[in-house]
Design a protein around this ligand. Structure first.
Ligand code: IPM
Ligand code: MG
Length: 359
């Protein structure tokens, strides 16, 4: 059965990095992977063409795909759009919501070759391996009511931070199961000293815990979690949290590893359909210069193969190829250090392909 992959390059560096990831996908096809790959527009580039950041044609293709590979969306060109619903970010949020991609997996792994590229001391981050499980289709990102309106003669802005028990439970189960497959420690991050919604969050996590007796559950307030991530990050195995806290903590965790340019992510729904994207953004400042790091997107292809297509062997092969290229001392500018060779986006893609074919 031929499976369908939709590639959505997006904006900024998105097209350059997905181009390299698509070459890896093509190499997998040459090694027998039976997939049909098509492309679509999302974000600012979709707005320019169709007047919408998530055109119906893209959404239809996305619904029909087994997996989606996304580059990145957004850029200064569209930041001034008055209508918030037309902003590129809405394309991404619309895909997540429409496909029900509630389970966001954001690994933060330090490659031994890159420990010195971290802004923290190498001994704090060497061997780091954290998995952040972020709820992606609820919380304050989507809660109603929301808006900006005039009250008592002045404008007020408001959003609603809301989670139902069932939403908390389903992301909780993803996180507990993830912990079972890893180090068996789960830290749930909340703000239960202030926010009712996260008091409920904590209660539901506690209620699930007896069903996963092999997992040790702990709780941490989000401010402390942010501090602990930069103080002693290796204390964490799996972290689970809501949409906004997860957005913030996953950027911090990513930077521990040396570069956000290295980290892939997966967003899954209940039927195993997934969207895969690098954790970093569209980096408009370096777009079009062939200097961006394509590794996070290439590693996203590995996650796609593992989680949506059940092709673990090919996934491992891609990951090993990335490791080999780093061993060989090749670096894009964001991870360059003394004694390494700085290469361009496409040269990095060439090197990973060579290593992939040689394995
Ligand atoms: C992310 C991004 C998005 C988010 C933006 C682009 C809407 O920061 O995927 O982390 O906030 O979820
Ligand atoms: Mg973010």
């Amino acid at each position: 059965m031929t499976r369908k992959i939709l590639v959505l390059p997006g904006d900024g560096i998105g097209p350059e990095i997905t181009a390299q990831a698509s070459r890896i996908l093509a190499a997998c096809q040459a090694h027998g992977l039976d997939v049909e790959v098509e492309e679509g527009l999302v974000g600012g580039s979709a707005y320019d063409e169709h007047g919408e950041p998530l055109p119906a044609v893209t959404l239809d293709k996305a619904k029909a795909a087994d997996a989606i590979l996304l580059g990145a969306v957004g850029g200064p060109k569209w930041d001034k759009l008055e209508d918030l619903t037309k902003r590129p970010e809405k394309g991404l949020l619309g895909l997540r919501k429409n496909l029900g991609l509630f389970g966001n997996l954001r690994p933060a792994i330090t490659y031994p070759q890159l420990a010195s590229a971290s802004s923290l001391k190498s001994e704090l981050v060497a061997g780091l391996d954290i998995m952040i499980v972020r709820e992606l289709t609820g919380g304050i990102y989507f809660g109603q009511p929301r808006g900006i309106e005039v009250r008592n003669g002045e404008r007020v802005g408001f959003n609603t931070y809301i989670y139902s028990e069932s939403e908390i439970e389903r992301i909780g189960r993803v996180a507990f199961e993830m912990a079972q497959k890893r180090g068996k420690r789960l830290c749930s991050v909340d703000k239960a000293n202030v926010l009712e919604v996260t008091i409920l969050w904590r209660e539901v996590m506690e209620r699930l815990a007896p069903e996963y007796p092999d997992v040790e559950l702990s709780h941490m307030y989000v401010d402390n979690a942010a501090m602990q991530l930069v103080r002693a990050p290796k204390q964490f195995d799996v972290m689970v949290t809501g949409n906004m806290f997860g957005d913030i903590l996953s950027d911090a965790a990513a930077m521990l590893t040396g570069s956000i340019g290295m980290l892939p992510s997966a967003s899954l729904n209940e039927s195993g359909q997934g969207m895969y994207e690098p954790c970093h953004g569209s980096a408009p400042d370096i777009a079009g210069q062939n200097v961006a790091n394509p590794l996070a997107t290439i590693l996203s292809v590995a996650m796609l193969l593992r989680y949506s297509l059940g092709e673990a062997a090919l996934a491992e092969r891609i990951e090993a190829a990335v490791g080999k290229v780093l061993d060989d001392g090749l670096r894009t500018a964001d991870i360059a250090s003394e004694g390494t060779r700085t290469v361009s986006t496409s040269e990095m893609g060439d090197a990973v392909l060579r290593a992939f074919d040689a394995i």
